[in-house]
Design a protein around this ligand. Structure first.
Ligand SMILES: NC(=O)c1ccc[n+]([C@@H]2O[C@H](COP(=O)([O-])OP(=O)(O)OC[C@H]3O[C@@H](n4cnc5c(N)ncnc54)[C@H](O)[C@@H]3O)[C@@H](O)[C@H]2O)c1
Length: 424
């Protein structure tokens, strides 16, 4: 790659920068916690000279995180964590206005997607910041020479944390990772309210369907599934949950949803949404049972939740009918509509999570990076939780920014709660 390209990144159209700049500013005003951290970072420069490669969804919110890290002294480069999630205007502005090399083009093919990851790794990171563990996986499989320089990394999403835990278990993880996803101030809000709202937003933007009266099948009642189900119900849909975990299935029942196997739900559903982090959740037997004009979408991390290879085999024709809507015609004439090529629909057809929740997730990210810079030398190559102190700080600052105060324990209550002998 010529040096100029390496310095400037690789974006769709630098001419989009002006639009990206104002949209980044729009998000900034909804991210007060991150802005407080940015202000402190600008003064204290805790990340001075630290090389960070970040593989995240390139959105307005991510831009604000990258700017915060840069203002903390870090030398940041960014690449996309999904071929369809990049906002091209934001990528252009990051390069032009913020001088943050960014390698991301919406709709990039697989080869370009991985070449962008390689470009981000050419930065020789001391810290990796992943959303789905692609940087760590690429270092492990193709760029092992980079390991000695890396002090640590962070991981943004459930699927990435699962992958990294499995690497740690197999003894192949070579440096400590902070599981940002597992912070309470991340998954309680981002996965539930962020994915919940933006998944419905993506489906509506792609299809213009009316949710009221629809039979909506949500596969997976985890953090994201709870949010999607809650918001679909709020719009008047009849929501059916499918699960493999008995406790979560029970929770869905007590939250007022019908729960049944997908083979059964397949006959009733108008819209199917997968949020499991698992593969081939919607497969041949389900496509065979679906009604004409069933709509299928995924909001889980990878595009493997809907078995598209199998749908291709079942179909006799395929065409694009709207942006992000592919129509598959089956042999018996039924049509099945797949949204956003089975990639996370909230980022493919909408804008991902609103800035208000990303404020907390990215505050956790920024503070976790600071923690790694201070403490990585004392950590082992394992997956670590976000320190409780960071989680509490982010919650406290977010409440403060909302103008909400809460009660505090009295000394007597603290003693009572810490004691095993009182209250008998
Ligand atoms: N779209 C986004 O912006 C976004 C945001 C956050 C997380 N994610 C991704 O969404 C996925 C889910 O995340 P989460 O935090 O809700 O995870 P989670 O572990 O809390 O929930 C996943 C649920 O799916 C269930 N499940 C697994 N296999 C299933 C199957 N075959 N059928 C039905 N249910 C099944 C599990 O039992 C679990 O309850 C992950 O891939 C995560 O990385 C996406």
């Amino acid at each position: 790659m010529p040096p100029q390209k390496r310095n400037s990144g690789d974006v769709k159209d630098p001419g989009l920068a002006a639009k990206g700049k104002t949209r980044i500013e729009w998000s900034q005003q909804w991210m007060p916690v991150l802005q407080l951290i940015r202000k402190r970072f600008s003064k204290e420069r805790p990340l001075e000279g630290v090389r960070i490669s970040a593989c995240l969804h390139v959105t307005t919110e991510t831009a604000n995180l990258a700017i915060t890290l840069r203002d903390g002294g870090a030398d940041v480069v960014l690449c996309a964590s999904n071929p369809l999630s990049t906002q091209d205007d934001v990528a252009a502005s990051l390069v032009k206005d913020h001088k943050i090399p960014t390698y991301a083009i919406k709709g990039e093919d697989k080869t370009t997607y991985y070449s962008h990851i390689v470009s981000a790794l050419d930065h020789k990171p001391q810290i990796t910041m992943d959303d789905g563990a692609d940087l760590v996986t690429t270092i492990l499989t193709k760029r092992q020479e980079l390991f000695p320089a890396v002090m640590g990394g962070t991981e943004e999403t459930t699927t990435g944390v699962i992958r990294l835990r499995s690497m740690a278990k197999d003894g192949v993880l070579k440096y400590p990772i902070i599981a940002v996803n597992d912070a309470d101030t991340k998954h309680f809000f981002d996965n539930r309210y962020g994915t919940g709202q933006s998944t419905i937003d993506g489906i509506i933007r792609a299809t213009n369907l009316l949710f009221a009266g629809l039979h909506v099948v949500v596969c997976g009642y985890g953090w994201c599934g709870r949010g999607v189900a809650m918001r679909a119900k709020g719009l008047g849909a009849d929501v059916i949950i499918t699960e493999v975990n008995p406790t979560r299935a029970l929770e869905a029942v007590m939250d007022g949803f019908r729960v049944m196997p997908l083979a059964q739900a397949a006959k009733t559903g108008d819209v199917f949404i997968t949020v499991t982090g698992n593969k081939s959740v919607i497969a041949a037997e389900h496509f065979r049972a679906m009604k004409d004009a069933a709509v299928v979408a995924n909001s889980g991390h990878f595009n493997v939740e809907i078995d598209l290879a199998c749908l291709e085999q079942l179909a006799v024709a395929k065409r694009q009918t709207r942006d992000f809507v592919d129509e598959y015609t089956l042999r018996d004439g039924r049509k099945i509509y797949v949204l956003g090529e089975g990639r996370l629909i909230n980022l493919a057809a909408a804008e991902g999570h609103p800035a208000v929740v990303m404020d907390m997730s990215f505050a956790d990210q920024a503070l976790s990076v600071e923690h790694l810079v201070k403490s990585a030398k004392n950590l082992e190559p394992k997956v670590y939780p976000v320190p409780a102190e960071i989680d509490h700080t982010v919650a406290r600052l977010k409440l403060q920014s909302l103008g909400i105060t809460i009660d505090h324990l009295t000394r007597e209550q603290e003693t009572y709660l810490a004691s095993w002998s009182e209250g008998t």
